[in-house]
Ligand binder design. Sequence first.
Ligand SMILES: C[S@@+](CC[C@H](N)C(=O)[O-])C[C@H]1O[C@@H](n2cnc3c(N)ncnc32)[C@H](O)[C@@H]1O
Length: 282
Amino acid sequence: MSDPTETNADQSEPNAADAAHPVGAPFAPKETVLLIDEKGREYLRSLRQGRRFDFSGGYLDADDLVGRPDGTEARTSTGARILVFRPTYSRLIPNLPRQAQVIYPKDTGSFLIYGDIYPGARVVETGVGPGALTLALLRAIGPNGTLVSIERREDHIAMAQETVAKFHGDAPNWRTVLAEAADGLAEEQADRVILDLPEPVPALAAAAQALRPGGVLCSWVPTTNQLGELGSGLRAEKRFAAWQTFELMQRFWHVAERSVRPDHRMVAHTGFLTTAWRLADV
Ligand SMILES: C[S@@+](CC[C@H](N)C(=O)[O-])C[C@H]1O[C@@H](n2cnc3c(N)ncnc32)[C@H](O)[C@@H]1O
């Protein structure tokens, strides 16, 4: 696509179709959709009135997509095929413009299952960034759960709020707190605590304080140095036990008629997820 003035998503507009999954609804004006060209390249774009999307093979008008169904096969002015979808979570996150590192979808899956995030859970996360994990947590806890998101940077809170408003919709069960992790955590009574912080160790005591007995801590760190420090921190904080650490590697495959093989490139490393249980007080 050749419009150099466009970022990969227009964060200034609410997703008009809002609350993530308007099943069966046609594309609405201003909605954000994913365009996929014949080479499999993906573009997150807002269907703003009058907007024209330029491709090497012709152009497509946003107005012509409004009112069409999810999964539309559109044609550019020169007949090139463009697929148009409401983005699923795993296709949305890599296409979001970002000012901070996000948890990749493959790792989000690990958080949800190994962190045992369930409908109705009271979850506290710290290190909110652009809110990629926040979106998945809100989805997993459902309307009966609660999520508190603690973040030290006001601009990151604003970014996460925009992400949630645009791709999740109203979230009356979500609260953001502008604070240092350790300060914000202490008062919460949580089933699950998630630390996505470069330095999780100073927050461990507060996380233990915040968790109910039997609650689960998840901590995400990208490097082995940080992981070693986290291990020392967990050994010193006697309220945590039975921790596990792993990393997850994901290799995409190229499946074509005459060539079935792994993709040439992969994201070889993202980070390490550690889960730990909160012991009951003695
Ligand atoms: C990698 S980003 C989080 C990404 C986010 N989990 C996502 O998936 O979109 C880490 C965030 O932690 C915040 N942060 C770092 N140290 C912190 C601390 N001690 N207390 C609160 N927030 C902190 C940073 O400002 C940044 O927004």
